[in-house]
Design a protein around this ligand. Structure first.
Ligand code: IMP
Length: 190
């Protein structure tokens, strides 16, 4: 039996990506109503994912899923973190700001984090999980694929930046890929 799962995003790209991750489950994914907006006021990825899943579930009366993700740079005390999407007005500015703030320090460790939450129709959190991918911030962008901070995020185990990987390579090792693997395992075991 298929079960409706409302994705707490207005972004059709994110819906497609989640559909790909959850294709072998009984869930049928749909976008949240456009007039329903949830402010990301949490100070962690997990808090924001729970907030979005819970509010969209309650407002629609359906199960809901939300993710929240971003880049944490160790030498910047975890910035941009939950402000990753708001760290500049476009991807080029956001990348330039991270590189400027890091300067020529050799401390380049960073991680991408993706938190995912699923809420029941009454807004209670039924499942919460997180995926992490560790890497380093390069001194200059490399590669043309992907989006966001991909060109400056280098993954040593792959010897590639996110922007140099094929979508399939990135799905396997990325923070989002790992988070959804956890979701699948938990759904399977539930
Ligand atoms: P959100 O989870 O849609 O709120 O996205 C948070 C922000 O984190 C995005 O706008 C990007 O700037 C950044 N981000 C999240 N995941 C990735 C990724 O896989 N590559 C590059 N940037 C990412």
């Amino acid at each position: 039996m298929t079960k409706l799962l409302v994705v707490a995003t207005g972004n059709p790209g994110k819906l497609k990506e989640m559909q790909a991750y959850l294709q072998d489950t009984p869930w049928e994914l749909t976008l949240k109503p456009p007039e329903l907006d949830v402010e990301e006021t949490g100070d962690t990825f997990a808090a924001n994912a729970c907030l979005k899943a819970s509010q969209v579930a309650q407002a629609t009366g359906n199960w809901a899923i939300a993710d929240d993700s971003g880049l944490q740079v160790d030498a910047l005390n975890g910035a941009p973190g939950v402000y990753s999407a708001r760290y500049g007005s476009n991807d080029a500015e956001r990348i330039a700001r991270v590189l400027r703030e890091l300067g020529d320090t050799s401390q380049r460790q960073a991680q991408f984090v993706c938190a995912v939450a699923i809420a029941t129709p009454d807004g209670a959190i039924a499942l919460e999980t997180q995926g992490v991918c560790s890497g380093e911030i390069l001194f200059a962008p490399r590669g043309n694929s992907g989006f966001g901070y991909d060109p400056i995020f280098y993954v040593p185990e792959m010897q590639l930046t996110y922007a140099e990987m094929t979508p399939e390579q990135k799905r396997k090792i990325s923070h989002r890929g790992k988070a959804f693997l956890e979701v699948l395992q938990k759904l399977g075991n539930g």
